[in-house]
Write a protein that binds this ligand. Structure first.
Ligand SMILES: [Zn+2]
Length: 287
């Protein structure tokens, strides 16, 4: 049994125990959407989740790509309603068109998403949406709702590192951190519009990206369609979401856009690693 298989088998046996705990805790779990944890507590917990998640992620270490994503991410953060915490932005070497954020401001962007973004404003819209989840503390609220404040407090203040690690692993495996309600998605979209507009980027990039996902979703046999399923399943794309964003944008007064180098964006896209062998059926645009 490889180490990874062992971990999965171990996770599964723990999971049975964990589910029985959830049934008990579930009674007090759905108490509210109120977040009672401080920024520091969220940061500590987020760090633990990030360490766990990154065990299974291939993080891209290209200096230029990373400096670009940091710069764009921090620009967007500085125009968000929650810019007093430290955010990190990392690129994941995966062709799945996806991005996600976890508590504490850890934002991950897949190479596949960078590959299908044709303009910086599309990419900025998706990143701003993820920042929106952090701004609204959706991850912490979701955790508290699913597991109860008692369990989360144990994760933050508990003194048995092995037990804490075990629960962190179980939560990570369950995907609880990334399953948000439609309301949460709508709220993150609203943040994305506000943040990109405030940063003097074009919020219409969000709509352009949505339209692209919708078109690809309709092309059932395309490889891109398979690759975007992940994004759509974690952030359900509905016509209501699209029309909400269009409406929000239409209500904004016109303003000049920040001058950003399109050449730099296109050059960085050329620096993306070639699709992995397992993704060799990739047929998406490369420019
Ligand atoms: Zn989302």
């Amino acid at each position: 049994m490889t180490q990874n298989q062992y971990r999965i088998a171990h996770h599964f046996s723990c999971w049975v125990f964990f589910l029985s705990q959830l049934v008990l805790i579930g009674c007090i779990g759905g108490l509210s959407d109120i977040n009672i944890f401080s920024d520091q507590e969220e940061a500590d917990l987020g760090e633990q989740f990030a360490n766990e998640i990154e065990k299974d992620l291939d993080i891209n270490d290209d200096a230029d790509l990373n400096s670009y994503i940091q710069e764009l991410g921090q620009l967007l953060v500085s125009h968000s309603k929650r810019h007093n915490i430290a955010y990190t932005f990392k690129i994941v070497s995966s062709e799945e068109v996806n991005a996600f954020a976890i508590p504490g401001g850890h934002v991950y962007v897949n190479v596949g998403l960078l590959r299908i973004s044709e303009t910086e404003s599309e990419l900025a819209g998706v990143i701003a949406h993820e920042i929106g989840h952090v701004v609204e503390r959706h991850g912490m609220k979701q955790l508290t709702k699913q597991m109860g404040m008692v369990m989360i407090s144990q994760l933050i203040f508990g003194e048995d590192p092995d037990k804490i690690q075990e629960i962190i692993s179980q939560i990570t495996l369950s995907g609880v951190l990334m399953k948000y309600s439609r309301d949460a998605e709508r709220e993150a979209d609203r943040n994305a519009v506000e943040i990109t507009y405030a940063a003097e980027l074009n919020p219409s990039g969000i709509v352009k990206f949505f339209d692209k996902l919708q078109r690809q979703k309709d092309q059932k046999d395309s490889q891109i369609s398979t690759q975007i399923q992940k994004l759509i399943s974690s952030h359900p794309l509905t016509s209501e979401r699209i029309s909400n964003v269009k409406k929000l944008i239409s209500e904004l007064p016109p303003r000049p856009l920040r001058q950003r180098s399109l050449q730099r964006f296109l050059q960085l896209k050329k620096q993306l690693p070639p699709p992995k062998e397992s993704d060799s059926r990739w047929t998406g645009r490369q420019d």
